[in-house]
Design a binder for this molecule. Sequence first.
Ligand SMILES: Nc1ncnc2c1ncn2[C@@H]1O[C@H](COP(=O)(O)OP(=O)(O)OP(=O)(O)O)[C@@H](O)[C@H]1O
Length: 254
Amino acid sequence: MTQPLLETDGLAVRFGGHVAVDAVTCSFHAGELTAIVGPNGAGKTTYFNLISGQITATAGRVRLMGEDITRAGIAERCKKGIGRAFQLTNLFPDLSVLENVRLVIQAKQNKGFSLFSMADSHTEITMAAMAILERVRLDPWKDQTAAELSHGNQRKLEVALLIALDPMVYMFDEPTAGMSVDEAPVVLDLIAELKAETNRTILLVEHKMDVIRTLADRIIVLHNGALVADGPPAEVMASDIVQEAYMGRELEDV
Ligand SMILES: Nc1ncnc2c1ncn2[C@@H]1O[C@H](COP(=O)(O)OP(=O)(O)OP(=O)(O)O)[C@@H](O)[C@H]1O
C-alpha cells in the first residue's frame, strides 16, 4: 500500500485528568475523504486541533508524508501542507473578498509553493483569485469586505481561502453549519470537486448524515476520545457499536 499522506500514531491529549483524545492510531490516504463522527464531546475537534497544531499532543505522533510534525506549530504545519478551513477570525474582515484570496495566494507564492509560482504579477494573482471566487460563486461579492458578507458567503470565502492555499490535507469542520438550504449545496459540491480532482486527503468533522452519505469514502468514529470504528460508511453506520452505543440516535435525529 502507498504511504499515507497523514498518520496519527497513538495520538493523545489529556486536559488535567481528562483524556480528550485517547491513543488514536489512524492513516489517511490521497484521494480519500474521511468523515470523523461521534457524539458531542467525543474528541473530534480536539483530534482536529492535534492534527492542525492548535494544541500539542501529550503522547503519540502526527506524521505528514512520513515526516514527524508532532512538535511543529500551526504555521509550520500549514506551510508543510495541512490546511484547515479558515474560521471567521482568520479572515481579514476589513479587506475585500478579492484581497483576502489574493493575500493567501501571495503568501503561498512567497513560501515557494508551486501552484501559483507562474503568477508573478499583480494581474496574474488577481486572475488566479478571481478564478477561485468564480468556483465558489463569490465573484459577485468580490469588492465587498469579508465583514459585510452573509454567514453563508463567509463560509464560502473560508473554502476559497483553503483552495488558494491548496494544502495536501484539507480539513473541514462542519463546513455547512449555519448555512441555508440554498447555500449548503455549493460548498458540498466544491468539496466533492476537490475530492474528485486532487490527490489530497480530506478530513471532515460532520454531524449531518446526508452530508456524510454524499461525500464520505470512509467514516471513523470517536467515542470518549478513542477510535471505536473505522470503515466504509454503510458498514460503519450499520455496525452494532455505532447503532447501539451512541451514534444511531444522534445521527437519526439530524
Ligand atoms: N482546552 C480544553 N480544556 C479542557 N477540556 C477540554 C478542552 N478542549 C476540549 N476539552 C474536553 O475534551 C472533550 C472533547 O471535546 P471536543 O470538543 O473535542 O469534542 P467534540 O467531539 O468535538 O464535540 P462536539 O461535537 O460537541 O463539538 C470534551 O469533554 C471537552 O470538554
